[in-house]
Design a protein around this ligand. Sequence first.
Ligand code: HEC
Length: 194
Amino acid sequence: MKKSLLLLGLLSSFAAVATAGETLYTSHSVKVNASADADYLGMLDVATPVEVLETKGDMSKVRVSGWSLKEYPSQIFKEAGLRIEYASFDEEGVVKLNPKAGEKTVQGNVWQRSTAEGWIPSKMLEKDIEVLWKAGKDRQAAACSACHGAPAASHFTANQWASLLPVRGGRAGHTRRGNNELMFKWLQEHAKPM
Ligand code: HEC
């Protein structure tokens, strides 16, 4: 009995080490801190891919990578001009722009490749993106067919979904908040190509 407990302990500490360098996905929107125990920086969106850099206790230091507006680098998006948000920061200077890695102009706005780093609880990380997408899809079936047929994800582009399900001001059912946050990301990631 003792032996198998010891083995379990070894296995779980091995798993923690093995996550460094891996790409995982946020299972909820989650606060990011500058250190393992404090100093609020901003939020990561749900279903955002992150690279685990380091772990400490039950916290992980992660890096998020994407694209930001050169003139207003407080948010990170999946692609230039695409309203699939990965992260949003209150503090200035958290987002590091890297124009050498990429720069694009979309509708007159200059976008550059960007990264940001911070600490989140390790329990907010999921290995399998398909587990998250299944939950998003199930939510759509449950929440979007009460008043009309649930529209297919591919019926609209990711940017159209962002307008149809606003953060604020959406009518009953038409919001990306609360239980709909993961469904909203699922709709955007399975949307009609832009
Ligand atoms: C409480 C009832 C209700 C629920 C629940 C509901 N809808 Fe709707 N939806 C409506 C009504 C009414 C309309 C059409 C009238 C309008 O656009 O004002 C509509 C229209 C739409 C449209 C078409 C809008 C356009 O401009 O083409 C989309 C897309 C849509 N709903 C998506 C959703 C999604 C996704 C969900 C689940 C998150 C959802 N709806 C849940 C009532 C609802």
